[in-house]
Design a protein around this ligand. Structure first.
Ligand code: HEC
Length: 124
């Protein structure tokens, strides 16, 4: 019996990470399909805030994914609303927040002080 519960638990974990992976793929496709990148960029502010900024503001929790999904369907003043199914908006939100939070890490790496010290010592 315990083994059976354990098996279901593993299946549950596996299944939920698998479906999140699929959502990320779908989210990426939809971000390009709906042209979010005509107003948003991953790292830099354009007409709208960058995905990095959005991820910083909302985080990457399930709650954040749902909040941002609602924003995409019913956005603040200067963004056109996307009348799409909530499941699609959630996929987009998950992609935007996940990629946005990765940008933060990369930027940190680029501006790591140790890297500069290494670079300088190479040229002096
Ligand atoms: C025509 C330009 C435009 C397009 C296209 C657009 N956005 Fe926006 N977006 C904006 C602007 C401008 C804002 C800031 C609105 C404000 O603060 O009033 C914004 C705000 C947002 C916010 C809220 C940020 C916050 O700080 O609360 C999210 C999330 C967002 N956009 C995601 C998306 C996604 C995802 C797409 C594609 C489905 C998209 N946007 C397409 C212009 C655009």
């Amino acid at each position: 019996m315990r083994a059976l519960i354990f098996l279901f638990f593993i299946l549950f974990i596996f299944n939920s990470s698998f479906s999140k992976d699929n959502q990320l793929k779908l989210g990426k496709q939809l971000v390009y399909k709906y042209n979010c990148l005509s107003c948003h960029d991953f790292t830099q502010k354009r007409t709208g805030p960058s995905f990095a900024e959005i991820a910083k503001k909302y985080g990457t929790s399930e709650e954040a994914v749902e909040r941002v999904a609602k924003i995409i369907i019913n956005p603040p003043s200067f963004m056109p609303p996307f009348k799409i199914p909530f499941s699609q908006a959630k996929a987009i939100a998950r992609y935007v927040l996940t990629e946005g939070s990765k940008v933060k890490e990369k930027e940190k790496k680029v501006y790591n002080e140790d890297d500069y010290l290494d670079l300088e010592s190479q040229f002096h």
